[in-house]
Write a protein that binds this ligand. Structure first.
Ligand code: FAD
Ligand code: OAA
Length: 322
């Protein structure tokens, strides 16, 4: 979508072996709370988050908000001990960030410190459909197709943008990419209005438009997409200890996804070369636990790299298929 916006003369085609609702992005809780990528400079991560927050904030404040599934949500991140980093790098981007009061902390007898703020949440399947609709309106073709090798695209396309998430492990053989399995529950508990996140990152309660997402797990190296019944019970127990009223939650649906994790997101231009033939590629994958939080920022950067590829192609003698 960013490419169609920054380069309206480009003809864009989306190829994917799965579309919504069968992607990792459909499983995500969709909260805008960044996760830190250890090998990406903080100023770059902050810029990604800021661009994403600004973009979604405008949607949440428009007539499109309900169809796009974007809404503001307020709540608390609570800690059993005061964290080293009392002011996270994103504290001046979310709204109204402050330390919790003693009175608020009374709700969480096992926790000693907390942060209160308002952020944005995506209802992921709604948002993905809304994005697809906008892509189609921009004239983008969308085909179901599994790509086994980037070179198979060479005869049809000038530039390939690789947004395959965990699929990049196989497609480009990226051994730095590893799965971090996450199991979440989507429940009916419409009385829960505030988000609650344990600062250890394991337990969270995120109220959405229709359902509340309860999490979670972080199982590094596990490729299993099967729900685990013991884990479901454990998630419910942990969430009930933060919000006892969840004992009345109904209609529990279990979802599992593999976070495409890396020490840094790979937003990078690369020119593949084979027997003197060149194929420009822009990678944009490896968003781990924070894909929603930074998606627009990384997409803007990837679209900029596509612009660089176009300039390079126009400067070369190759016949562009743009
Ligand atoms: C339980 C859980 C909770 C999460 N909660 C949050 C949250 O609250 N906030 C947040 O910011 N992030 C969250 N995330 C992280 C977020 O889901 C990911 O970072 C994000 O979904 C990654 O998006 P993606 O588009 O890169 O990957 P995907 O959504 O997996 O999309 C990749 C696409 O590429 C296609 N593909 C792959 N390989 C090929 C191939 N060879 N040929 C053709 N197509 C291919 C796939 O079919 C798919 O459509 C959560 C993740 C999980 C698992
Ligand atoms: O950690 C969170 O708050 C939600 C999330 O991004 C995840 O489970 O990956």
């Amino acid at each position: 979508l960013c490419i169609t916006e920054t380069c309206p003369s480009c003809s864009v085609t989306v190829l994917s072996d799965q579309f919504s609702p069968n992607t990792t992005s459909d499983v995500a809780a969709g909260m805008l709370i960044p996760h830190t990528y250890p090998d990406t400079p903080i100023h770059r991560q902050k810029q990604w988050f800021k661009e994403t927050f600004t973009y979604l904030f405008a949607i949440s404040n428009s007539a499109e908000a309900s169809e796009a599934g974007i809404h503001l949500v307020s709540g608390w991140q609570v800690f059993k001990s005061v964290p080293k980093e009392e002011l996270p790098f994103w504290s001046d981007i979310v709204l109204g960030f402050r330390a919790m009061s003693e009175a608020e902390l009374l709700k969480f007898p096992q926790h000693r410190f907390g942060q209160a703020f308002t952020t944005l949440k995506c209802d992921c399947p709604s948002y993905l459909l809304w994005l697809e609709k906008r892509l189609k309106a921009a004239g983008t073709q969308m085909y179901t197709r599994k790509v086994a090798d980037l070179w198979e695209l060479h005869s049809e396309y000038d530039i390939v943008v690789n947004c395959t998430g965990m699929g990049a492990h196989q497609l480009v053989g990226d051994k730095q990419l590893f799965p971090v399995r996450g199991q979440v529950l989507k429940v009916h508990a419409p009385w829960v209005k505030q988000f609650i996140r344990d600062g250890d990152g394991l337990t969270y309660i995120y109220p959405g438009i229709h359902r509340v997402t309860l999490g979670g797990t972080r199982e590094k190296g596990s490729w299993s997409l099967s729900p685990d019944a013991n884990t479901t019970r454990d998630i419910l127990d942990r969430c009930c200890s933060l919000e006892p009223s969840l004992q009345g939650a109904q209609d529990i649906e279990v979802k599992v996804g593999l976070r495409p994790s890396r020490l840094c997101v790979r937003v990078q231009r690369e020119v593949l070369s084979q027997g003197g033939v060149k194929l420009p590629v822009v990678h944009n994958y490896g968003h781990g636990a924070g894909g929603f939080s930074v998606h627009r920022g990384t997409a803007n950067e990837a679209a900029h790299l596509v612009g660089e590829c176009i300039s390079a192609l126009q400067g070369s003698s190759s016949r562009a298929k743009l």
